[in-house]
Design a protein around this ligand. Structure first.
Ligand code: NOJ
Length: 735
């Protein structure tokens, strides 16, 4: 079989559609917020020499400049030395900046206001440090593999929730004039072999899962997108015509620029012709090999890359700069060590607290002025060697607040569980004892006789350039680290009022802990960053009722997820069926399902109503392409409402969730998919209305044959509930 025939066969099997080369990417029709920015960019480009253009598309080189990525200034157009800097939860290497909660914690709040505020504060700190492009937020990894090392840098193992959080975060960052960068584009789901493997994914799965949150990012007018390290269907992400020109620039109408992940570029002409617009850091990590710069110049002079393509790159980069108003005088000078924290720790505490998920509580919580408390675990105290003692958080020592890698930041301060509990105990007159190790020796003595024993356990992961305790980025297993199961067993054997607190990057198998007599509560603290202890005390003592809900499934067994870190290429054989979509489809009972979370109060659901302003036409979206895709995809076509009542004794907040089931006329699809959520804060006895606005997009599937988003005709199932499995109201929607 010839190569072409083989390629066609592979494409047919994978249902891959190969886009035509579309360089340079077309402009969208209609006027957008980008129109003026692109005119200014075109005027500036007309005044630039070829060398100037090459200068702004090529990084100055690894560790050559004040930021992790830099380009040289062009004085003729007043264009500055551009600073691109990590990352998704604050200013990497900063000394005066906030360590915001990781995105996974923000997702777990399901609170769009807190997520938006977090974005705005991230942007404000970036701006205060003179950073032009903040390298975040993250929608890839999406989290299809529970072990995936960088899942915690993203918001949820669900495209809908991830997409809303991407949009709110980008809005927040860009509202203060900082360019956001949606990364890592795309299907970069594991750390192992991330720089050599190919993610082979079918077209429908690509659209409905992985591209979905990037479409939200583009719809939010994100200024830049970072292409990832991996290959996609056999060609490098940063020179993938289908992904960059086809999906991002043509189909989604992305108007900003694509920047390479650091050293993710492989060729001079392939990357240029197939859609990448800026190379970072400009050299490889030894400061040698340069693929653009003089090489790009030569490729242009040899007609391997057109001058029009170079102009397009430069225009996109400048348009993003103009879009955010960064050409106006007064942009702060670059200083990543500036003190920019303001009052932002309030957002950290709120997100850490409201992203905490109460998994089990037989009535022991909230605590009420106990006479004697015992606290156990190495994760109860600040890292004894210092809160920032490990480069890029590449260790799991002491209390855990974030995972490791380029997406980590320094803590400006750190409140560990012990610090906050000690303060509370002093105020209450409680005697607090501490066993700050994970060794079971002596723990019985430490906890016996206390009214309750709190044991803190962890699981960590991060980026693959660092290995921590044998975990090479991705986790090797889903158990608690440091013999957490045995520690809990030892504590509970000596104290029948044991409260387990888990600080983790993602799901942990809890079967041993839940089967241990004496474990009366499990508090899923997630990744609370610098406000770790304060958030925990807020929840343990009921200052605030827990209101976080899981953004991934906690399974009974690792193999229940149906996905693993792969050694070679990943064929994404699970297709659409990741996380709860898989558990629902395969009929597997999770331990704690996606969307689950308890409260100190109770909520009832009533009065489900669905209204459609006019009949919803079935068939494809046909609107003109605006950033994010066809404009009508984003129209609200139906509104669902439900009444939520707080029937308990204390104030609380409920995350009501809406799941849709596609009609029978649609191709096989997950039994239910999240398509709306609303968080309501309610006093005891109070009721509120949860309102879910369904966009045309929310009712659509990606039709591979037509290459369009299609609303199928028939009856949609509408389910509203407290989690993906605790459905309280059911209805339908007719198309
Ligand atoms: C590689 C990481 O994948 C990316 O997220 C980060 O922004 C760059 N390094 C720069 O540090």
């Amino acid at each position: 079989m010839g190569f072409a025939a083989l390629a066609l066969l592979v494409a047919a099997v994978l249902q891959v559609t190969w886009a035509e080369p579309v360089c340079p990417a077309p402009r969208p029709t209609g006027t957008t917020v980008w129109t003026a920015a692109h005119s200014s960019a075109a005027a500036a480009v007309a005044r630039m020499s070829q060398q100037d253009k090459i200068t702004i598309v090529t990084g100055t080189g690894w560790e050559r400049g004040p930021c992790v990525g830099n380009t040289a200034p062009i004085s003729s157009i007043n264009y500055p030395e551009l600073c691109l800097h990590d990352g998704p939860l604050g200013i990497r290497f900063g000394t005066g900046s906030t360590a915001f909660t990781p995105a996974i914690q923000a997702g777990s709040t399901w609170d769009v206001e807190l997520i938006r505020q977090r974005g705005e504060y991230l942007g404000a700190e970036a701006r205060g440090c003179g950073i032009h492009v903040l390298l975040g937020p993250v929608a890839g990894a999406l989290g299809k593999i529970p072990h995936g090392g960088r899942n915690w840098e993203g918001f949820a193992a669900d495209p809908y929730l991830s997409g809303i959080a991407m949009s709110e975060t980008i809005d927040g960052i860009q509202s203060v004039g900082v360019q956001a960068c949606a990364k890592h584009y795309i299907v970069n789901e594991q750390e192992l072999n991330r720089e050599t493997m190919s993610s082979n994914v079918d077209d429908r799965t690509m659209h409905e899962l992985y591209l979905w949150p990037f479409a939200d990012a583009v719809h939010a007018n994100v200024a830049s997108v970072m292409c990832s390290y991996n290959k996609i269907n056999g060609s490098w992400a940063c020179e993938n015509d289908m992904a960059q020109n086809g999906l991002l620039k043509k189909e989604l109408g992305f108007q900003g620029f694509i920047v390479s992940d650091w050293n993710a570029q492989h060729t001079t002409t392939g990357s240029a012709n197939y859609g990448m617009d800026m190379t970072m850091p400009g050299t490889d990590f030894s400061g040698g090999n340069v693929l653009w710069g003089p090489q790009l110049n030569a490729a242009i002079n040899n007609n391997q890359v057109s001058r029009a393509r170079l102009d397009d790159m430069a225009k996109r980069i400048l348009a993003s700069w103009y879009l955010l108003g960064q050409d106006a005088p007064g942009y702060p000078p670059i200083n990543i060590r500036a003190n920019v924290q303001g009052n932002h720790k309030e957002n950290v505490r709120a997100v850490a607290r409201d992203g905490t998920v109460l998994l089990k509580n037989d009535g022991i919580l909230p605590l009420s002025r106990p006479a004697k408390l015992a606290l156990v675990g190495s994760a109860a105290v600040v890292d004894p060697q210092g809160m920032n003692s490990c480069v890029d958080k590449g260790c799991n020592r002491g209390a855990l607040g974030m995972g490791w890698g380029s997406g980590s930041v320094n803590y400006p301060y750190f409140v560990a569980p012990y610090d906050a509990l000690r303060a509370r105990a002093q105020a209450d007159g409680t005697t607090l004892s501490l066993h700050s190790s994970d060794s079971t020796g002596g723990v019985a003595n430490a906890v016996s006789g206390a009214d309750a024993a709190i044991v803190v356990i962890t699981a960590d992961s991060g980026e693959g350039y660092i290995t921590v305790e044998g975990h090479p980025g991705d986790r090797l297993h889903l158990d608690p680290w440091h013999n957490g199961n045995q520690l809990v067993q030892a504590v509970a054997a000596a104290n029948k009022n044991t409260i387990v607190v888990v600080h983790s990057v993602g799901p942990v198998i809890l079967e041993t802990i839940l089967a241990t007599p004496g474990v009366r509560a499990v508090v899923w603290g997630g990744l609370p960053s610098q406000e770790n202890g304060n958030a925990l005390v807020d929840i343990l003592y009921g200052l605030v009722s827990p209101s976080g809900k899981l953004v991934y499934t906690i399974a009974k067994r690792p193999e229940d997820y149906g996905t693993v870190v792969v050694r070679g290429d990943d064929n994404f054989g699970e297709g659409l069926y990741i996380d709860y979509r898989h558990f629902d489809n395969a009929g597997i009972e999770p331990r704690f399902e996606f969307g689950f979370g308890l409260s100190y109060t109770n909520f009832t659901y009533s009065s489900l109503r669905t209204t459609t302003p006019s009949a919803i036409p079935s068939g494809p979206a046909r609107g003109p392409t605006l950033p994010g895709g066809p404009s009508d995809l984003w129209d609200t076509v139906a509104t669902v409402t439900a009444t939520i009542t707080n029937t308990g004794a204390v104030a609380g907040a409920e995350v009501a969730q809406l799941y849709l089931t596609l009609p029978a006329s649609a191709p096989a699809a997950p039994p239910k998919q999240l398509r709306g959520f609303a968080k309501l804060k309610l006093e005891p006895g109070a009721s509120g209305t949860a309102t879910f606005k369904l966009r045309r997009r929310d009712l659509s599937y990606w039709d591979v044959g037509r290459q369009q988003w299609v609303v199928p005709a028939g009856t949609f199932g509408v389910r509203v509930g407290a989690s993906s499995r605790d459905i309280r109201l059911t209805g339908s929607l007719q198309v």
